[in-house]
Design a protein around this ligand. Structure first.
Ligand SMILES: C[S@@+](CC[C@H](N)C(=O)[O-])C[C@H]1O[C@@H](n2cnc3c(N)ncnc32)[C@H](O)[C@@H]1O
Length: 207
């Protein structure tokens, strides 16, 4: 099974159920939210790549001029639209490496290790650069190697036992392939960027 099929099976809803989340994962998810609250300014136009059910845009909606969420799993976007209600937020079903979007934005996000589950990583970075021309206004949140024990437990609790571990990824019996990164690898994949630790198990990359 590929990650596309894993997401289509509804993995995200189980992963976002707090009952499946070890404390380290919960702290990471909370730290991401605090970071967004501190970083996204009033009146910004924001695009969230791999937005899932749209929880981050929904949280920010009152301060955004416009918010666009992109995900290739249509069922998640049905839920995102329901949650968003009317006005301000828009959701587009598309592959993050080939966005059918001409508009330009102030800020782009790709959160919760979404980039670490995408196959065409360079293509996604190119699309984020195209949609947000200003350097360092594109943000990735990705797992560090220190996340491995907490992720093993999280994945097990949502029904995906880890069957393979390498220096770059975990693979589960349900077919999820989720990468983790060193600072050196991030710099070689992203190029010009800043890298900061988050919650002891992740990195925030701005490029
Ligand atoms: C780890 S989940 C995170 C969802 C959301 N950002 C959140 O934090 O709640 C990753 C999301 O990215 C989507 N996704 C993965 N690869 C994608 C791709 N190539 N194009 C568009 N969406 C993708 C999945 O369907 C899933 O909703």
């Amino acid at each position: 099974m590929s990650n596309d099929e894993v997401y289509a099976s509804g993995l995200l809803n189980r992963a976002l159920d707090p009952a499946t989340q070890p404390p380290e994962i919960r702290a990471f998810l909370e730290a991401e939210i605090e970071l967004l609250q501190d970083t996204v300014a009033d009146g910004m136009a924001v695009i969230d790549i791999g937005c899932g059910t749209g929880r981050h845009l929904a949280m920010l909606r009152n301060r955004l001029r416009i918010g666009v969420g992109v995900d290739y799993e249509h069922a998640y976007l049905v839920e995102a639209r329901r949650r968003a209600g009317s006005g301000g937020l828009h959701f587009v079903t598309a592959d993050a490496a080939r966005l059918p979007i001409r508009a330009r934005f102030d800020f782009a996000t790709c959160l919760t290790n979404t980039w670490g589950t995408m196959s065409d990583k360079a293509g996604v970075l190119d699309e984020m650069r195209r949609c947000v021309p200003r350097p360092h206004m594109r943000l990735l949140s990705v797992f560090a190697e220190a996340s491995i024990p907490a992720r093993r437990e999280w994945y097990r609790r949502f029904g995906h036992a880890v069957v393979a571990e390498s220096a770059e990824y975990l693979t589960t019996d349900g077919g999820l392939r989720s990468e983790h990164f060193t600072e050196t690898r991030l710099r070689s994949l992203v190029g010009d960027c800043t890298v900061h630790p988050l919650a002891g198990i992740a990195y925030i990359v701005r490029f």
